[in-house]
Design a protein around this ligand. Structure first.
Ligand code: FES
Ligand code: MG
Length: 593
């Protein structure tokens, strides 16, 4: 970090475009077209920082649409602090609207944003984040380019209500679809219940992947303190947009870059905070991806060693009962970090976007509502982190212990001799279509002693990795009151789901993982204390199946439907390593090269 005070201002990279006397032809060409909508030569040659506003909102991206308005306040902040704002679009990623899955586009938006930040006359950027994959895509690009960058999230929706009860976006769908398959509600009521969970502009009001990733962006130090939790319609949202715009100009003068903020210590803070908030199982994928692009070593094992024993202190759906407005009123991320600091779990000196340490930002912040953000003594769960699971079916997968229900514990984890272990009969599905087709078929004979497996759902098998591992039980079991079966798979799970699945299994079946060799009726053993999942099939039989599969041409998955699907399949890494494009990782800190 170098400090360019008044009188010794750094020559900003935008001047290479707009004010380069050694290359008057190109300077004239670069200048003239940016003048044609009313910018003046004096402005562009003033030496003022040119600040990009990476706009993720659009009509196609309703979760991030508040940014279309917020960008005006960001511009005013940038102008007030002596910068010039240039807004540009980011490839849309709408979690609920994009087929086959929004996560296919995380790496595409990343690539696009890298090209913009590197190839245009920008000195710093405001990253407008929100819906699940928009936040990691923006942070991954900021990491690769390493221009001064700050996160402004658009904020969650207001709380949803249905018949006097809080209904959280995403989470209500899992509940409502069970009621529908049990014939307890009709189709119209189903749609109404789900719609009522989304009462205003903003993104999911649950602790799904959106609130998780934006809270973690703040814990990482990449936004102003308190930014993540402000609901989209609140006045404070516009106010923090203005302050974020002001602050990025100073960050450019201070040359405070993502690599100064996103350090190993900051990532360790993120893992701790993720457990405390009951964060999404998508977090390790995205956070590991950001770390890889900024060049900080971070592995799945770090998630268990730093995060497993941290208690759940945020009482938000799906792990708890409240929603986004409650989280904000209780103090948001700073109150969570403050409580973690009082137990020595935060690296306090990690630098944040406001130029202060995370310790100075959060030390004195306490919860304003002890039921929503709790202290350690009244934590909702003791061990709220992710357990890393491995064995002879895969090398790495995660399980979110904080969502294991009492009923699940009672059914599967109550053998006094082996309280953390259970065995069952495997029922294997090849991709989401196969599952939807066959789950209610009585011929499968699914009962409470079965373990459901989903394969063909990883980054290659289902390009981008499908959110399908949390499989509902067959309707005939639901009617008997059996709601949860153990689920395991090489895909992902929605952050709004409360299912205790073992997911993100790597390597996936389509990448040669042994999951491809598992068969329905195989016995499997899961041991939560040892962190193992094994098929009880002897080694010779596993090898026989492997050569049989190889002779048949390997694990089969559907053909690509678009050029990008094919390109990504050829270069993508596994979920445990962040699902990054392998060839992209070697490009680091490219703005200064
Ligand atoms: Fe966009 Fe949940 S669908 S945040
Ligand atoms: Mg999702």
């Amino acid at each position: 970090m170098s400090n360019g005070g008044e009188g010794m201002k750094r020559r900003l990279r935008s001047r290479e475009w707009f004010d380069n006397p050694d290359n008057p032809d190109m300077t004239a060409l670069y200048l003239e077209r940016y003048l044609n909508y009313g910018l003046t030569r004096e402005e562009l040659q003033s030496g003022k920082p040119i600040i990009g506003i990476a706009q993720t909102g659009s009509d196609l991206s309703p979760c991030n649409r508040p940014h279309l308005e917020l960008a005006k306040r960001v511009r005013e902040g940038i102008r007030e602090a002596g910068g010039i704002a240039i807004e540009f679009p980011v490839h849309p990623i709408q979690e609920t609207g994009k087929r086959p899955t929004a996560s296919l586009d995380r790496n595409l938006a990343y690539l696009g944003l890298v090209e913009v930040l590197y190839g245009y006359p920008l000195d710093g950027v405001v990253l407008t984040t929100g819906c699940d994959k928009t936040t990691p895509a923006c942070l991954m690009a900021a990491a690769t380019v390493d221009l001064p960058a700050i996160v402004l999230t658009g904020g969650p929706m207001l709380n949803g209500w249905f018949h006097g009860e809080r209904v959280g976006s995403g989470t209500v769908v899992w509940k409502a679809r069970e009621l529908l398959s049990e014939d307890k509600i009709d189709y119209d009521t189903f749609i109404e219940m789900v719609s009522d969970s989304a009462p205003s502009i903003g993104y999911c009001n649950t602790m799904g992947t959106a609130t998780t990733m934006n809270t973690l962006a703040e814990a990482l130090g990449m936004s102003l303190p308190g930014c993540a939790s402000i609901p989209a319609p609140y006045r404070e949202r516009g106010q923090i947009a203005y302050r974020t715009g002001k602050r990025i100009v100073d960050m450019v003068h201070e040359d405070l870059k993502p690599s100064d903020i996103m350090t190993r210590e900051a990532f360790e803070n993120v893992i701790t905070v993720n457990s405390a908030i009951g964060g999404s199982t998508n977090a390790p994928i995205h956070i590991n991806a950001i770390a890889r692009h900024v060049g900080v070593p971070l592995s799945l094992d770090d998630w268990e060693s730093r995060g497993l024993d941290v208690p759940l202190i945020v009482n938000l759906q799906p792990a708890g009962e409240y929603l986004g407005e409650d989280f904000h009123r209780a103090g948001g991320a700073p109150a969570v970090i403050g409580e973690l600091m009082r137990h020595g779990l935060i690296h306090e000196r990690a630098v944040t976007a406001n130029g202060r340490s995370i310790g100075d930002n959060c030390r004195d912040v306490v919860s304003e509502n002890g039921d929503v953000i709790r202290d350690f003594d009244s934590a909702l769960k003791k061990q709220a982190g992710f357990k890393v699971m491995r064995g002879n079916i895969f090398d790495g997968a995660v399980m979110k212990l904080s969502v294991i229900s009492d009923a699940f514990r009672e059914r599967y984890l109550s053998d006094p001799d082996h309280p953390q272990q259970f065995e069952g009969r495997a029922v294997v599905f090849d991709g989401p279509e196969d599952y939807h087709h066959r789950i209610d078929d009585p011929a499968l004979g699914i009962d409470e002693n079965c373990v459901l497996f989903m394969r063909g759902a990883g980054p290659i098998g289902y390009p981008g990795a499908a959110e399908v591992v949390n499989m509902r039980a067959p309707a005939y079991l639901l009617k008997r009151g059996i709601r949860e079966l153990p689920c395991i798979g090489d895909g992902r799970q929605s952050g709004t789901s409360g299912s205790p699945s073992i997911l993100n299994a790597s390597p996936e079946a389509a990448a040669g993982g042994n999951l491809a060799l598992l068969k329905t009726d195989d016995r499997v053993r899961i041991d939560l204390s040892a962190g193992t999942v094994d098929m009880l099939v002897d080694g010779a039989e596993i090898e026989r199946r492997r050569s049989e599969l190889q002779d048949a041409g390997g694990y089969q998955y559907p053909a690509s439907q678009t050029p990008w699907q094919e390109m990504q399949r050829g270069d993508v890494d596994q979920l445990s390593d962040g699902m990054v494009l392998k060839s992209a990782v070697k490009y680091q800190r490219i703005a200064s090269k």
